[in-house]
Design a protein around this ligand. Structure first.
Ligand code: NAI
Length: 224
């Protein structure tokens, strides 16, 4: 049975990815701050605060050999320029970028070929008013994905980014997210977490071995 580590598994997109992989027959190790409500015989859970290097380091010690790493944990804090809080930018940088690096760097020796790495970015990486810090952390993931794809191709490991637009998860209605309310994409509805999960499952599958270093945007036409 192939085994994937999925972060952010207690909610939204990470939970949907875990569910899809379980349906596809994977063994899933979920990692989040909170235990998932999702229950399955092939799902185990490791608690970690990805904003805290030491917490993540000790969680990594318990992870067995893997076939895939999916980093979906994340959050959004918004504020217009002039009102940014340094700690919000630092926390998003830590959870989105530094934790991704710590995960892949720390687990590479346990990632079997043909291995798969998927990071969850965002359509917002291209820039959005009031979301500069969030956008910057998600844009930084492109640098990781492209560099790691080059570095890991000779080892049979692919690295890709899925970039969702407005997806119907608790994050979309988070009261800590200020500013403009989420707008539906041109397709006339919000993107569903299972749609992001389906793309992720494809990238983790055997038919996607030639796709690496790419950004797959799932935005319902919002980025056109
Ligand atoms: P969500 O709020 O439903 O779930 C976020 C998950 O990340 C939860 O499982 C939470 O426990 C985990 N998490 C957050 N901070 C953590 C920390 N410090 N340590 C450990 N776990 C932590 O959000 P959603 O919408 O599922 O977001 C998942 C990813 O998708 C995020 O990276 C987000 O930036 C990205 N995204 C979401 C979009 C949306 O419209 N919902 C659009 C584009 C990207």
């Amino acid at each position: 049975r192939r085994c994937a580590l999925v972060t952010g598994v207690s909610s939204g997109i990470g939970e949907a990815i875990a569910l899809r992989l379980l349906e596809d027959g994977w063994q899933v190790i979920g990692m989040s701050r909170r235990a998932p409500s999702l229950q399955h015989t092939n799902l185990s859970f490791v608690a970690a605060d990805l904003a805290d290097n030491a917490s993540l380091a000790s969680a990594l010690a318990d992870i067995p050999a893997l076939d895939a790493i999916v980093h979906a944990a994340g959050f959004m804090r918004t504020a217009p320029l002039g009102e940014l809080r340094d700690e919000d930018g630092a926390a998003m940088w830590q959870v989105h970028v530094s934790a991704a690096t710590q995960l892949v760097n720390g687990l590479l020796g346990r990632l079997r070929a043909p291995g798969r790495i998927v990071l969850v970015g965002s359509r917002t990486m291209n820039g959005a008013a009031g979301r500069s810090q969030y956008a910057a952390t998600k844009a930084a993931l492109i640098g990781l994905v492209r560099s790691w794809a080059i570095e890991l191709a000779p080892r049979g490991i692919t690295v890709n980014l899925v970039a969702p637009g407005a997806t119907e998860t608790p994050m979309l209605i988070d009261p800590a997210r200020q500013g403009t309310p989420p707008r539906q994409p041109p397709i006339g509805r919000f993107i569903q977490p299972r749609e992001v999960a389906a793309m992720t499952a494809f990238l983790l599958g055997s038919d996607a071995g030639a796709i690496t270093g790419q950004q797959l945007v799932i935005c319902g036409g919002a980025s056109l």
